[in-house]
Design a protein around this ligand. Structure first.
Ligand code: KIV
Ligand code: ZN
Length: 500
């Protein structure tokens, strides 16, 4: 059997989804989880993009042991140097170079001729290879690139030392048969292709990213780029859970292949990414949606009880899908909490566990039963960066039928306490307006969602907000048994991300 290398780009292409930005501690936490999941390569970011990106890639490179850590770079010297410097401490470092090769991109984006692009691809690969042994090269917009030109580019960059050739369907334009021919044609027309691994990178603009990725595997690709929950630029990328579970489930079609992914961790990591990014997983999402293993019709329920394979093609336990479990109560101790968090996949320092323990006790006092999902919500909050943060001290709202809602808010910032009052269309609006007076951010609320984390009237209410601040879309999230408090903290979470 041949291994399909899983290249996860949740931290790079996934984070490029508008509003999906994560803080450095969240990125590090996710990298640990990806390593635990068994992905072969973690694309940790685009180091030249910002000081924060650089720092995150560098930190992940130092801490990750098993997976290779990759930094993205354009074919520009400064990018390559930044990617090298950010990943050089990794046990297994990779630099991923990309350069558009389609006529549309060369003409309108670069205003460069084929020969100039070819030279740039060659010299950049040479420079990167002089610094790092593991070089991946992507001819961006490959699926709209002329065949003869793509063969030339690939052949030349392999000569310069590229070890993986990635084929991006950058705009999600292709369909499975077309991807199959492209990969087969590359294998048959590039004389030195046996010196590199062929990889595939599909976007989901026409809803075919997973199908296209699998078609590439059948044609000879041995690495797949994907993201958790399929998040990514525009309509997203091929989703890791779909690609991996298709290979695992359809043993007839993919008999010759396997991945190293420990599928039992899929559900937890999906929940984590959704929490960090504020991107809810649609209930009908394949593999990880809440309804993926729920049977509503009586006929289906009856058949599943008799024999699950009647309507279930995967065992829910194989992707870690379990019903909410009652785990702890107010008498549970610190060790039990730390143990359960570890089982849920969180790698937290003792300081964070201590802080989380007080939150857990406070929650256990309010709620009779504390579920795994409650713990996950609390643990996610502990991965937030609080150094430069606005912290909520107090919020009070007065509202009722026929009266104008009023809010009073106190916020701590850089050791000072600020207070403001405001009225609004509703209690949440009034509270947000009071926050705006203190933070002086002109935030436009694009989306507001509230969901109960677990069952019962005392459930934590999880609020997700999406804001537009200075033309940047940013999301924030918080969970609390008090939904006004959760709303204000989610709003501040988004603002804090912008200022950090
Ligand atoms: O979609 C794309 O082409 C990319 C490249 C950087 C590989 O994300
Ligand atoms: Zn992409």
């Amino acid at each position: 059997m041949e291994k399909i290398i899983i290249f996860d780009t949740t931290l790079r292409d996934g984070e490029q989804a508008p509003g999906a930005s994560m803080t450095s501690p969240q990125k590090l936490e996710l990298a640990y989880q990806l390593e635990k999941l068994g992905v072969d390569v973690i694309e940790a970011g685009f180091p030249i993009a910002s000081a924060d990106d650089f720092k995150a890639v560098e930190q992940i490179s130092r801490r990750i042991n098993k997976s290779a850590v990759c930094g993205l770079a354009r074919c520009i010297k400064a990018d390559i140097e930044a990617a090298y410097n950010a990943t050089k401490k990794a046990r297994r470092a990779r630099i991923h170079l990309f350069l558009a090769t389609s006529k549309i991109h060369m003409q309108y984006k670069f205003r460069k001729a084929e020969d100039e692009i070819l030279e740039l691809a060659k010299s950049s690969t040479r420079l990167a290879r002089a610094k790092c042994q593991d070089i991946e090269f992507s001819p961006e917009d490959a699926t709209r690139t002329e065949r003869n030109f793509i063969y030339r580019v690939i052949e030349e960059v392999i000569k310069e030392g590229a070890t993986t050739i990635n084929v991006p369907d950058t705009v999600g334009y292709s369909y499975p048969q077309e991807i199959h021919s492209l990969v087969s044609d590359i294998l048959n027309n590039v004389s030195n292709i046996n010196k590199a691994v062929i990889s595939i990178h599909c976007h989901d603009d026409l809803g075919m990213a997973t199908a296209n990725s699998l078609s590439a595997v059948l044609a000879g690709a041995r690495q797949v780029h994907c993201t958790i929950n399929g998040i990514g630029e525009r309509a997203g990328n091929a989703s890791l859970e779909e690609v991996v579970m298709a290979i695992k489930t359809r043993r007839d079609a993919f008999a010759d292949f396997y991945t190293a992914v420990n599928t039992k961790n899929i559900f937890n990591i999906s929940r984590l990414v959704s929490g960090f990014t504020g991107f809810a997983v649609p209930p009908n999402k394949a593999v990880v949606g809440k309804n993926a293993f729920r049977h509503e019709s009586g006929i289906h329920q009856d058949a599943v009880i008799k024999k699950s394979i009647t309507y279930e093609i995967m065992d829910p336990a194989d992707v870690g899908f379990t019903e909410a479990k009652l785990v702890m109560g107010k008498h549970s101790g610190r060790h039990a909490l730390a143990k359960r968090l570890k089982e849920l996949g969180f790698v937290l320092s003792q300081d964070r566990i201590n802080a989380l323990f007080s939150d857990f006790k406070a929650l256990a006092d309010k709620k009779k039963e504390v579920y795994d999902d409650d713990l996950i919500a609390l643990a996610e909050e502990k991965t937030r960066d609080t150094k430069t943060a606005y912290g909520l001290i107090f919020v009070k709202v007065t509202t009722g039928t026929g009266i104008t809602p009023q809010a009073e808010v106190k916020i701590k910032y850089k050791k000072k306490i600020f207070a403001a009052c405001s009225s609004g269309d509703g209690p949440v609006d009034a509270a947000f307006k009071a926050v705006d007076k203190i933070t002086r951010t002109k935030a436009k609320l694009l989306d507001y969602r509230i969901e109960a984390v677990t069952k019962g009237r005392d459930a934590l209410g999880e609020v997700n907000v999406k804001l537009n601040i200075k033309d940047k879309i940013i999301s924030g999230k918080w969970a609390s048994t008090d939904i006004i408090e959760a709303s204000v903290r989610a709003y501040l979470d988004a603002i804090n991300k912008i200022i950090s």
